[in-house]
Design a protein around this ligand. Structure first.
Ligand SMILES: [Zn+2]
Ligand SMILES: [Zn+2]
Length: 489
């Protein structure tokens, strides 16, 4: 037999950076199993067929080397095992019974030897010859890193100490790939949005809650491993989004009243726990969002905070008759440019006040603003409600002055400079001021549905991973048109 012939002509997508996660992904994408082989004399004998991609991922999660397991120690955990001297025909039978069309072949050292198509094996049975197999496959050396990368680390931006972003407080570090805990999953991050809250974390306006935290809370990625009991809701391979709210206690009076956004003991991605400015992050499975295929990763990321918070801010305006509504938006960054699209889709007339008279004003007009003015300009009509996304307390008095009687002013930021004194008459007439604090999961689910219906399009500025510190500086100086997103892989 010429072993070369039994290998498919399909390229084996193994590179020096091929990770076990990638092997697992390959199993899914290519409908693969794994056949480990052991050497005896000059013969390479298949010892089993791993049909279960989750098994590979579980062993990664427990920091075991699945390829060592394959070498024979924990064979009972295998989905299907073969006698050590099983013939190729028996191997093929297992593949057929488990509806596996191809297999990835690895030896006991973890070298990835190639992908073999079932039909080809069948045609060219009866045996793998060690020498020929190795000689005919050029991926051997590259595949050795399959094992190496498992002990490898991930790149992540950590915050040793808060400082102005111009001083570049984040440092690019190598951290161990985290392991998902109970009811958590491991997410391989592809894109992470950059939000004003990340600025507040990096500059210390939000007090540090975790040393050397990895910020980032608008992460889009793929689930690559499940922790203990993390079953049911989402599966390995699914594309998900991780947002600001990472967990709640479930028992405090707010949680019990359905106000989990106000939980007394909440966890936040990128503040109290590591977030998405990294190649991998863990997240509680119950707080991840499944993302519509209609949004590319880079366009989905800004929806996860800017979008959801904008949605909640619109809700807190109390507006019911959107068709007749006149809404003011103060500050026109990531959240503003999404909120205007929702409000326009609902039928409202939107008035935008922004200090950036070029990029932001132009984008506001493109997105259908009735009128665009400077931050402190009075809009030409009385507003039913206003939303302040800019973190500047000085905006509050003029924004109140722009409201009709009974109108509501919603403050959308997590941090704001002090609000100056103002005359009571600005508030009189049953005007209200309220803040938005976080969001509930229901907000997130409802928003992501409406975003699809409303055909939300996010304007993004993309930064390569290494240039993430520049994204923060640009955001601080209003130099981003729409939302900043970091391309992680
Ligand atoms: Zn709670
Ligand atoms: Zn945010």
């Amino acid at each position: 037999m010429n072993v070369g012939e039994i290998m498919t002509t399909e390229p084996v997508r193994a590179t020096v950076k091929t990770s076990l996660h990638d092997v697992a992904q390959m199993m899914a994408d290519k409908d693969c199993g794994i056949v480990p082989v052991v050497e005896s004399e000059s013969r390479m004998a298949p010892v089993g067929v791993i049909t279960d991609r989750d098994l590979v991922l579980r062993t990664i999660a427990h920091n075991k080397n699945p390829l060592h397991m394959i070498a024979g120690e924990v064979m009972t955990e295998m989905v299907v095992t073969l006698k050590p001297d099983a013939s190729v025909e028996e191997c093929v039978k297992v593949m057929e019974n488990n509806q596996i069309r191809r297999v990835i072949v690895v030896n006991k050292d973890g070298d990835l030897l190639g992908i073999v198509a079932q039909a080809d094996i069948a045609r060219h049975a009866p045996a793998f010859e060690t020498a020929e197999l190795v000689r005919d496959l050029s991926v051997n050396a590259a595949a050795r890193s399959v094992v190496e990368e498992q002990e490898d680390k991930m790149r992540a931006f950590v915050l040793p100490a808060a400082r102005p972003v111009e001083e570049r407080p984040l440092s690019l570090s190598l951290l161990p790939v985290p392991r998902p805990g109970r009811r958590e999953v491991l997410v391989r991050v592809s894109v992470c949005g950059v939000c004003r809250t990340d600025l507040h974390v990096c500059e210390g306006e939000l007090e540090p809650r975790k040393g050397n935290v990895v910020p980032g809370h608008q992460a889009v990625g793929t689930i690559v491993a499940l922790g203990e009991d993390a079953v049911g809701k989402l599966a390995v391979g699914e594309r998900v989004g991780a947002a600001w709210l990472a967990a709640v206690c479930g028992t405090c009076k707010y949680c019990r009243a359905g106000l989990e956004n106000l939980c007394d003991r909440p966890e936040f991605n990128g503040w109290t726990r590591n977030g998405g400015f990294a190649e991998y992050m863990t997240a509680p499975i119950d707080f991840l969002y499944r993302l519509s295929a209609g949004f590319a990763d880079e366009h989905a990321a800004p929806l996860l905070c800017a979008g959801i918070i904008g949605y909640r801010a619109l809700r807190l305006t109390g507006i019911e008759n959107w068709k007749e509504a006149r809404l003011g938006i103060y500050g026109f960054g990531a959240a503003g440019h999404i909120a205007i699209q929702l409000a326009r889709h609902r039928g409202a007339g939107v008035y935008v006040m922004t200090r950036d008279r070029e990029r932001h004003a132009a984008l506001a007009r493109e997105l259908g603003a009735v009128w665009v003015g400077d931050t402190y300009d009075a809009p030409p009509v009385e507003l039913d409600a206003g939303i302040v996304f800019a973190p500047a307390g000085e905006i509050v008095p003029p924004a109140l002055a722009a409201l009709r009687k009974g109108g509501v002013l919603v403050l959308g930021g997590i941090h704001m400079s002090p609000i100056p004194e103002f005359e009571y008459r600005l508030l009189y007439g049953e005007r209200e001021i309220r803040s938005v604090a976080n969001n509930t999961r229901a907000d997130g689910d409802e928003f992501l549905e409406e975003a699809v219906r409303a055909g939300i399009r996010t304007s993004t500025v993309e930064y390569p991973f290494e240039r993430l510190p520049e994204a923060l500086i640009d955001l601080k100086h209003d130099a981003v048109r729409g939302a900043a997103v970091v391309m992680i892989r």
